[in-house]
Structure formats: structure tokens, C-alpha cells
Design a protein around this ligand. Structure first.
Ligand SMILES: NC(=O)c1ccc[n+]([C@@H]2O[C@H](COP(=O)([O-])OP(=O)(O)OC[C@H]3O[C@@H](n4cnc5c(N)ncnc54)[C@H](OP(=O)(O)O)[C@@H]3O)[C@@H](O)[C@H]2O)c1
Length: 304
């Protein structure tokens, strides 16, 4: 049987590879406590409350995930990644409030080197991970891509960008975080498994597509679903202690949905607080039998 002991983390373990002096000043810190195991073959670190990474945490649903993970899990460590940490004011506010428990890293999904660097930083500072949430996503960018209302508006550049950010990027994040998730499993949490939760959208469902339109966004989410399902099959086959799920958050009041809210009945527009509370409930109760499933905010399974 493995024996566990509490050990203090060494002062050389800085918590963030900070891209700027400002960020270095507020994020370098000594982690609280680290539970190690005396078994030679076992991974070295076990974090009480677990280590969660939220990718795409500068605003919207991702920022709310980081906030609720910090508020609701008093001991857990949160790594929040974003493209521009200096400009991520919501995250910097959380950093002031939660100090050592929050680690902000720079990650741009269109640059795999930043994904690799984030994985390296997490490995060096924590050694394992128990939850990965891919929360980023793009639907419209002024003068770059607009949700198409007809085939005649489909542009190759918008299709490629949507695939890069909404489908390829999150899968590359899983690829680089895989060893950390494998090492972490459910250790330090109430779950038996580590969880990968990819933020998808109901419009990515082929079976549920009755309206058409939004070609780039819709099909990039379909691609994300297929890639996530494929990864989940591999994790299952290898008996890795990781459950991959896809989540539809509902229509949530964020920058992403704001231009398209006009005709939506009020009761169908969720606050990010409500949606994330529901999604965290699904994540916290995820079991290995949920591997590869696509859930809506209310726990209902969505057809492919
Ligand atoms: N809101 C809804 O109604 C709704 C409905 C269904 C599904 N979803 C899905 O839920 C997720 C979160 O959406 P949201 O409403 O929170 O959107 P949001 O408020 O627009 O936030 C999008 C996030 O994605 C990040 N991002 C964009 N491009 C990136 C890149 N290249 N690399 C890394 N991060 C990047 C943004 O970072 P920057 O700040 O750097 O731009 C931002 O943090 C998305 O996957 C979305 O498709 C949302």
C-alpha cells in the first residue's frame, strides 16, 4: 500500500513563467502544500483539491470557470491561460483576490509553441493535472469572419480560421496536457478520473441541424466533437484515467452571443454564472462511463 506524507513545496518552484515584469511581480509565489507519495514508481505530486487548467480564460465563460473553480474549491490550484495576460483584467482581478492559487499563462491556440510552453510550465510547477477545460471559441470577428446566412457567403479563410481555433487548437492542448492528465487522474479530487471538458455548441450536432447557416462555426464544432470523441476512444482503450466530455453551455450572455441575442426570448439567455454552475456540476460528477459523451448544460445528452 502506498504511504502518503505532507511536504512543503520548495521555494524554487515558481508558479508562473510570466511573459512580462508586471505579471511576474504579482504571480510569482510559493505554492501552499503538496502531498507527495513515498512510492518510487508513483508520480511525485498530489495536490489537495486538484489542479485545473482553463484554456481561454480571459473573458466570458472561461473567466467564469476560473472564478467559480477558485471560489468553490477552496484548496484547488487553477491555471488560467489566455492570449494576452497583460490585458486580461478579469483574471488579474482574480489574481489579486486568490494569489498563489491562480497561475496565469500565455497561450494562443494558433501557436502550438505556446501550448507546449504552458504544458512545460504546468509540469514543472505541479507535475500533474486533474481537469482541463477548453473554453475558447470564435463565432464572429469584425472584418474577418461573420456567421454565414447562405452558402454564397462562405469564405475559405473563415472556414480555416474557425477550424484552427475551434477544432484543431483544443485538441493540440489535450495532446500536450495528456501526460499531466494521466499522472493526475482523480488524485486530490472527489472524482476517480481526470476530466477534459471541451466547450462545444448544440449547433455542432449534425442530427440536430434543422436550421442550416453558420457554416464555419457549426462545422468547426462538429469537427471538435469528432476529434474529442476520437481522443476519448483512445483514452478508453489505453485505460487512461481520463474522461473526455463535450459541453453545450446554452445561449449565454457573453461577447460571443451578444450580436445575435436580438430575437431570443429572455428566459433562453443564461447568465454565465448560471451556465458555469450547471457545467461544473456535470464536470464534478463525471465518471469513466461518461467518456466521449456530449452534454447540454442541463445534463441531457445531445445527438451527434
Ligand atoms: N456564449 C454562448 O452563447 C455560447 C453558446 C454555445 C457555445 N459556446 C461556446 O462556449 C465557449 C466560450 O464562449 P464565450 O461565450 O465565453 O465566448 P467569448 O466571451 O467570446 O470568449 C471567447 C474566448 O476565446 C478566446 N480565444 C479566441 N481566440 C483564441 C485563440 N486563438 N487562442 C486562445 N484563446 C482564444 C478569447 O480570448 P481573447 O480575449 O484573447 O479574444 C476568449 O477568452 C466557446 O467555445 C463557444 O463556442 C458559447
Amino acid at each position: 500500500m502506498r504511504r502518503v506524507i505532507w511536504v512543503p513545496i520548495t521555494s524554487s518552484s515558481s508558479i508562473v513563467a510570466a511573459p512580462t515584469p508586471t505579471l511576474t511581480r504579482i504571480t510569482r509565489a510559493v505554492a501552499p502544500r503538496l502531498l507527495s507519495t513515498t512510492s518510487a514508481s508513483a508520480p511525485a505530486a498530489r495536490w489537495e483539491g486538484g489542479v485545473s487548467l482553463v484554456q481561454g480564460a480571459s473573458r466570458g465563460i472561461g473567466l467564469e470557470f476560473a472564478k467559480q473553480l477558485l471560489e468553490k474549491n477552496e484548496k484547488g490550484q487553477v491555471v488560467a491561460t489566455c492570449r494576452n495576460p497583460d490585458g486580461a483584467t478579469g483574471l488579474l482581478d482574480l489574481k489579486i483576490k486568490f494569489g498563489d492559487r491562480l497561475n496565469i499563462l500565455q497561450l494562443d491556440l494558433t501557436n502550438e509553441k505556446t501550448i507546449e510552453a504552458s504544458a512545460k510550465s504546468v509540469r514543472e510547477n505541479y507535475g500533474s493535472m486533474n481537469l482541463l477545460i477548453n473554453a475558447s471559441g470564435i463565432l464572429s470577428i469584425p472584418n474577418v469572419m461573420q456567421p454565414e446566412t447562405t452558402l454564397s457567403k462562405v469564405e475559405k479563410s473563415a472556414l480555416m480560421l474557425a477550424y484552427e481555433v475551434n477544432a484543431a487548437g483544443p485538441i493540440l492542448v489535450i495532446k500536450h496536457m495528456w501526460p499531466l492528465l494521466k499522472a493526475g487522474g482523480g488524485m486530490g479530487t472527489k472524482r476517480d478520473v481526470a476530466v477534459v471538458a471541451n466547450l462545444s455548441a448544440r449547433v455542432g450536432s449534425i442530427g440536430d441541424n434543422h436550421l442550416g447557416g453558420w457554416h464555419a462555426y457549426r462545422s468547426s464544432k462538429t469537427a471538435l466533437n469528432q476529434l474529442t470523441k476520437t481522443v476519448s476512444v483512445e483514452f478508453g482503450r489505453k485505460k487512461d484515467p481520463i474522461t473526455c466530455i463535450l459541453l453545450h453551455p446554452g445561449t449565454v450572455d457573453t461577447d460571443l452571443s451578444r450580436p445575435f441575442q436580438r430575437n431570443l426570448p429572455k428566459e433562453k439567455l443564461f447568465t454565465k454564472e448560471f451556465s458555469v454552475q450547471k457545467l461544473l456540476n456535470i464536470i464534478n460528477n463525471a465518471k469513466s462511463s461518461d467518456n466521449g459523451k456530449f452534454f447540454a448544460w442541463d445534463g441531457q445528452e445531445i445527438p451527434w
